[in-house]
Design a protein around this ligand. Structure first.
Ligand code: NAD
Length: 367
């Protein structure tokens, strides 16, 4: 237990397989077909296992709320609106992002293997969660990929030089597969900190790092309450004008090029759920005349890892390494879930019709 008080832990450690089974049971109870429930559970558990709890099982209450608002539709599939060979336009129809993004990647992977490259524009998906999951799907097939995503119509981030919320936390992700080694996976929100991390700081009564937030007047602040209490402030993009620029390209490539929508006055707040649009470019590295590509990539990784360490650094990590370390630890010792989140997941299970005694049985058995 991750707590000093063994009698009343504030954080549970739940075996990943058990938690996965509970998540499947919740979504099957809600009406998902078994495959859908499984894909959702696979994704949420992988987010927790890799340390991104903000995109893990704690999202279930939010998804159940979206279901109640008819903003999340069960048992839908990726719909190919246009097949232009190496360019696919796919509609998500507010289906589970965990299903429609998986199917969109399946199609893109198949096409990239045939043609060497495929650009997939996926639009109108309910929350597609941790984007690294989709890059890893491509990497398992031996394919390079990069992904530009917008959080359509739900701004939390101020533009560089601006003072109010205009952009989503728009994630960017890229992955490079390696033979006999895990892929390199770069995957981050373009805000200085993820919104979920601001909420955690707020709940713990802590401040956020400098350069993360501005208040409603556009002044820098360390107080997370500006994201959760009126008058609301904004997150800042990471890396000043550079992060802002990348966030803008995620918005345009993800939201506009895909045929989806971007955030502006006409789309602001048009959906209560999180709607994502994603432009994925999937490439077969074997299609290049580049027999030394893997050796060159690895030589570079070894080279940077050999840099003399800065004070306080144990070793230099490659993109995706922190997630692998966390995964190994959590697979061995369980997924930490705080009691509030655990309670909220139980409430969500009851809200989709799981009998109270069944929820108790799951919750009791998993503690
Ligand atoms: P983060 O700040 O934890 O950065 C993660 C990335 O940085 C990973 O690639 C990781 O391997 C790398 N990294 C972290 N520490 C490192 C170190 N010390 N050395 C080398 N590399 C290191 O991520 P974040 O911005 O908090 O984003 C969290 C997740 O939220 C992502 O998976 C993202 O896809 C997801 N997200 C999703 C949405 C959505 O709408 N679907 C929106 C925003 C973010």
């Amino acid at each position: 237990m991750n707590d000093n008080n063994a009698a009343q832990p504030s954080v549970l450690k739940i075996p990943a397989d058990d938690l996965h089974a509970y998540v499947c049971a919740i979504w099957e109870q809600a009406g998902s077909a078994p495959r859908e429930a499984q894909l959702v559970a696979d994704h949420l558990l992988a987010a927790n296992l890799t340390g991104h709890d903000s995109h893990g099982v704690g999202m279930i209450p939010r998804y159940v709320a979206s279901l109640g608002d008819d903003e999340l539709k069960l048992n839908l599939h990726a719909e190919v609106l246009r097949d232009a060979g190496a360019v696919l336009t796919i509609e998500g129809n507010k289906g589970f992002g965990q299903v429609v993004a998986f199917e969109a990647m399946e199609r893109g992977i198949e096409r990239a293997k045939q043609l060497g490259i495929c650009a997939v524009g996926l639009r109108g998906a309910h929350h597609i969660g941790r984007i690294g999951h989709w890059a890893e799907q491509c990497a398992r097939a031996g394919l390079v990929s990069f992904h530009f995503v917008n959080v359509a119509g739900d701004p939390l981030v101020a533009p560089f030089g601006g003072t109010d919320r205009r952009i989503g936390t728009n994630p960017f992700c890229a992955a490079y597969p390696r033979t006999g080694k895990p892929p390199l996976v770069l995957d981050f929100a373009t805000s200085a900190v993820a919104f979920g991390k601001v909420r955690v700081a707020y709940n713990k009564g802590k401040q956020v790092p400098p350069g993360s937030l501005i208040n409603h007047a556009g002044e820098p602040t360390l107080e997370p309450k500006v994201m959760l209490e009126e008058p609301v402030g904004s997150l800042l993009p990471f890396g000043g004008h550079k992060g802002f620029g990348l966030a803008a390209m995620c918005e345009i490539f993800g939201g506009a090029v895909s045929g989806g929508f971007t955030t502006h006055a006409d789309t602001l707040g048009t959906n209560s759920a999180i709607i994502n649009c994603m432009l994925s470019v999937i490439i077969n590295p074997a299609a290049f005349d580049a027999p030394n590509a893997e050796a060159e990539a690895q030589a570079f990784v070894d080279w940077v890892k050999d840099s003399p360490l800065a004070a306080g650094t144990q070793h230099i990590q490659e993109p995706g390494e922190p997630e692998r370390v966390t995964r190994a630890e959590r697979e061995a010792h369980g997924v930490p879930i705080d009691l509030t989140t655990w309670q909220q997941i139980g409430d969500a299970a009851r809200a989709v019709g799981m009998p109270a005694e069944q929820v108790e049985r799951w919750a009791g058995n998993l503690r």
